[in-house]
Design a protein around this ligand. Structure first.
Ligand code: SAJ
Length: 407
């Protein structure tokens, strides 16, 4: 079997590699020339456990990378789906443009599988009209499938192979055909359903997690007010057989959980309450952290802001992805004075993305005496003795020290 994977980012690349290492002939297409060149030079484009090994293995099998769309029977589209900040609705422009380009080159009867996360109804509202406009009939000239991914950054390769998946298709036989394709590497259960159910399922999975993190974050605020240890409260409550509270933190980032629930808020403004409130709690968490930091500085009579360092810029621990990261959200909320003076460091970030950014940990800690931990990267866990004497705001509950304040 031969497929063309469109979009070689965080999801498209590992998926393409997984197919290639399981007997499927793959051409990976991305409009970003630089990215394609990097892959063709034999290098991966982001850090992920097991990705380099999988990439090397795939290069020995049947895979090619190009900027050109191919004439194929099966396309897997994995391009970003941002949301419009003003009205919170999905912006499907990249998916639409990928489908339009596929239609220019594909074989008659081709199957277009959309992996990108889309809000319920996106295929009906935006994709079917594009196909109709080009004079094609779905179910005859073109078959549509939605196969949302479920893999978690940090453990993507394992989850690609072991998670269950959802395939939404108009026709049962097409759904079964695509199920068979994914079963080449996926050991999990593969459920075939209709397209709209698959769209809804994906979005509510991430929304479920967002709401549960918001609950933990709200608890952190209640416990702060009462001067209680939220982690201890959660640990004890979780001993209950039907309670499983997540961990509070500096906020919710990434391109999934902090984005997808907004699709529901935008599409169902008259119905949505809990989902919106949860999003707002999580979006407000970086500000809560900042207020906590200011209170701690005041309590300790610290006025020299140039001695304050922020550790961690990525959206979560041990990844190199900064999209919607709580630290970036917090940097936007700093006063001018704080922004001018606070120092920043993240071992995963090698390019300059903000002011006063360091690229060497020892130099960073030499210049500060207050540190705020925004990411619990393994790196900081391995270097805790170097910061133990500093004043610490630990938003990740990793440091037991008399100088460490918790959320
Ligand atoms: N976070 C907390 N407390 C927690 C757990 C997470 O504050 O207890 C924060 C993280 O630090 C991060 C954010 O939430 O900022 C999201 O991280 P995550 O690890 O929960 O999830 P993502 O965004 O990396 O990946 C999610 C996953 N979805 C679910 O678990 C329901 C993944 O399976 C999806 O494939 C992915 O979104 C996606 O691409 O949609």
């Amino acid at each position: 079997m031969k497929i063309n994977v469109i979009g070689l980012g965080y999801i498209g690349l590992p998926t393409a590699l997984m197919f290639a290492t399981h007997g499927v002939e793959v051409v990976g297409t991305d409009y970003n020339k630089e990215l394609v060149e990097t892959l063709n030079e034999g290098k991966t484009t982001f850090e992920e456990k097991g990705l380099d090994e999988l990439f090397k293995k795939a290069l020995k099998s049947n895979i090619k990378f190009t900027t050109e769309y191919q004439q194929e029977d099966i396309y897997i589209i994995s391009v970003p789906t941002p949301y419009e900040k003003e009205n919170k609705k999905i912006d499907p422009k990249y998916v639409i443009s990928a489908v339009e380009t596929v239609l220019q080159v594909c074989k008659k009867g081709a199957i277009i599988v959309i992996e990108s996360t889309i809000s319920p109804g996106t295929i009906d509202k935006f994709i079917r009209p594009v196909i109709k406009e080009k004079g094609y009939e779905t179910g005859k000239d073109i078959h549509l499938v939605h196969a949302p991914e479920r893999i978690i950054p940090g453990n993507m390769i394992y989850e690609l192979e072991n998670n269950s998946r959802t395939i939404g298709a108009d026709e049962k036989e097409i759904g079964e055909k695509i199920k068979k394709l994914y079963a080449s590497f996926c050991k999990g259960d593969i459920v075939v359903t209709d397209i709209k159910t698959a769209e809804m399922t994906k979005v509510i999975e991430n929304t479920f997690r967002d709401i549960n993190i918001a609950f933990a974050n709200e608890l952190s605020r209640i416990c702060r007010k009462e001067n209680m240890d939220v982690y201890e409260v959660i640990k004890i409550a979780n001993k209950h057989p039907r309670v499983n509270i997540l961990q509070p933190g500096p906020g919710v980032g990434g391109h999934c959980i902090s984005v997808d629930p907004w699709f529901l808020v935008g599409d169902y403004p008259d119905i949505v309450n809990v989902i919106k409130a949860a999003r707002e709690v999580n979006d407000g968490q970086p500000e809560f952290v900042l207020e906590r930091l200011r209170a701690i500085l005041k309590e300790n009579n610290i006025s020299d802001l140039s001695k304050v360092g922020i550790y961690g810029l990525t959206y979560k621990d041990n990844v190199d992805d900064i999209r919607e990261s709580p630290t970036l959200q917090m940097l936007e909320k700093l006063s001018k004075d704080e922004k001018e003076k606070f120092k920043v460091y993240d071992p995963y970030i090698k390019k300059e993305i903000t002011k006063n950014q360091y690229f060497n940990f020892d130099e960073f800690i030499k210049d500060i005496n207050v540190i705020i931990i925004m990411n619990a990267h393994d790196h900081i866990k391995e270097n805790i003795e170097k910061i133990n004497n500093m004043l610490i705001l630990d938003t990740k509950n990793i440091i037991e020290s008399k100088n460490a304040y918790k959320l």
